[in-house]
Design a protein around this ligand. Structure first.
Ligand code: PNW
Length: 486
């Protein structure tokens, strides 16, 4: 039964058990290379834009870096063993481009980097975890930034295709699920617009995000084409793209708010998925951005069309969207003429807040997001590639270690959101897997180590030791099909 609060349904989300999902539904955990590996100068790795960005202490709130991170590079066996012990069936990790091609140019492969990922993948398989590999989780080889301008260059797609090809050739006999790019929107808007992510503000904060997005799409399509033409027949794997998408609920049923909500989706996911499923950017973007939005050639369109075997969805939170009149500046947010509200029209909060100021806990939003993507793009195969919440390190610091592990709020988050996935499957969405973000506490980009998203606590002050939190234990019971202990 669905409950309605302030005119908005709770999606009928209650309790959940493993048997609400098909047997072959994949449950995994997710991480990314820069956030966990460390070993910045080991194994022949080149610098990435994040290595250099975090050297500037103004860029990271606690002035930290990923130089050591949580040392997964050296502790990967311990980490994978723990994942397997908890009962997970898959691990979504990312490959550091600069470990494979230190200067990004695709000419000299770094054998030590290849060996590291071979060891990682082999160990995963030995422990019964399916590898889901992301090729690009924000750590562009720095040399590609300084020499060609990174994602602003139309040459980048060729370099990305060379890198993708090297990964398919070296790892594709064992990796059957590939993600080309993680959340291209965050790179475009935060990396090339706002400047809060690497590489930091560039030359034209208005045009650059749209150019960076365009080139990420073309790079994705180029990698997909390489796989299809050279590897698919022998390796029989799948290649997808990961987008991030909040749920956007119309603030009221006034036509202006309803239209603003649709526009919000266009600018958020339509920006990336419309070119793939329909051959061009959404009309609402074209109309508002004019020449600031690049054009696709016929060849681009052909390469992009249907260039995903699955859609990866990173989902954390929801907002109510209302229409606002703003000066129609060609700025990513202003041009959308909408406001993201954290309250119901009645004034009640949309959900409890996690540590990050953008993260409100709204389980029903995931059900609606999955159904929206399913309907909008003709029922694609979907993996939830990230979902999770954070806690504030400074708050946990005040507690004893065993108390820090008692993350009951996170247990509630996962129960609610996983139940929402089960509901979406019942509604008809073709969801094949779910990955919790993140396995370990880690380097949370501009927030450094101040925010903890892990199922496993990392003791930064005591040798980076790992301590499973209550949420990890909850998962282990859930995955075994045992009743919840919380
Ligand atoms: C994701 N937002 O990014 C990333 O893929 C992860 O690497 C990251 O650690 C995780 O979310 C948690 O932040 C996002 O502000 C970061 O809406 C911020 C937003 C969305 C996605």
């Amino acid at each position: 039964m669905e409950n309605v609060r302030n005119g908005v349904s709770d999606g009928g989300i209650k309790d959940v058990s493993r048997s609400d999902f098909p047997n072959d539904f994949v449950f995994g955990v997710a991480t990314s290379a820069y956030q966990i590996e460390g070993a910045r100068r080991e194994g022949g790795k080149g610098d990435s834009i994040w290595d250099v960005f975090s050297e500037n202490k103004d860029n990271i709130v606690d002035k930290s870096t990923g130089d050591v991170a949580v040392d997964h590079y050296h502790r990967y066996k311990e980490d994978i063993e723990l994942m397997a012990k908890l009962g997970f069936g898959a691990y979504r990790f990312s490959i550091s481009w600069a470990r494979i091609f230190p200067d990004g140019l695709g000419t000299k492969i770094n054998e030590e980097g290849v060996t590291f990922y071979n060891n990682l993948i082999n160990f995963m398989l030995e422990k019964g975890l399916q590898p889901f590999a992301t090729l690009y989780h924000w750590d562009l080889p720095y040399n590609l930034h300084t020499t060609i301008g990174g994602w602003l260059s139309d040459k980048i797609a060729d370099y990305f295709a060379l890198y993708a090809e090297a990964c398919f050739a070296n790892f594709g006999d064992r990796v059957k699920h590939w993600i080309t790019i993680n959340e291209p929107l965050q790179t475009s808007v935060n990396g090339y617009g706002a400047g809060i992510f690497a590489p930091g503000k560039c030359t034209d904060a208005i045009k650059d995000p749209f150019l960076a997005a365009h080139h990420q799409l073309l790079a994705h399509a180029a990698a997909y084409k390489v796989y299809k033409e050279k590897f698919k027949a022998t390796q029989a794997g799948e290649v997808g793209l990961v987008v991030d998408c909040e749920w956007a609920e119309a603030f009221s049923d006034k036509p202006d708010d309803v239209i603003a909500t649709a526009r919000r989706f266009d600018f958020h996911v339509g920006w990336y998925l419309d070119p793939i499923f329909f051959g061009d950017y959404p009309e609402t973007m074209r109309k508002r951005l004019g020449d600031h939005l690049p054009n696709f050639s016929e060849r681009d369109r052909e390469n992009l069309r249907n260039s995903v075997d699955f859609v990866g969805l990173n989902h954390y939170t929801s907002r109510f969207i209302s229409h606002v009149e703003t000066p129609r500046e060609i700025h990513f947010y202003q041009v959308q003429e909408m406001k993201r509200n954290e309250i119901y029209p009645s004034g009640e909060a949309i959900g409890d807040r996690a540590a990050s100021e953008w993260l409100f806990i709204v389980p029903w939003g995931l059900r609606k997001t999955l159904n929206h993507i399913s309907k909008q793009y003709n029922h694609p195969k979907i993996y939830v590639t990230e979902n999770g919440m954070d806690e504030e390190d400074s708050e946990l610091e005040k507690l004893e270690l065993h108390e820090r592990l008692n993350d009951t709020k996170r247990v509630g988050y996962f129960k609610g959101y996983i139940a929402a996935v089960a509901q979406a499957i019942k509604d008809g969405a073709d969801v094949r897997g779910y990955f919790a973000w993140s396995f370990l506490d880690n380097f949370e980009w501009a927030q450094g180590y101040t925010k903890r998203f892990g199922l496993v606590y990392v003791d930064y002050k005591n040798g980076l030791t790992r301590h499973p939190k209550a949420s990890a234990i909850w998962f282990s019971h859930f995955l075994k099909g045992e009743g919840s202990v919380y």
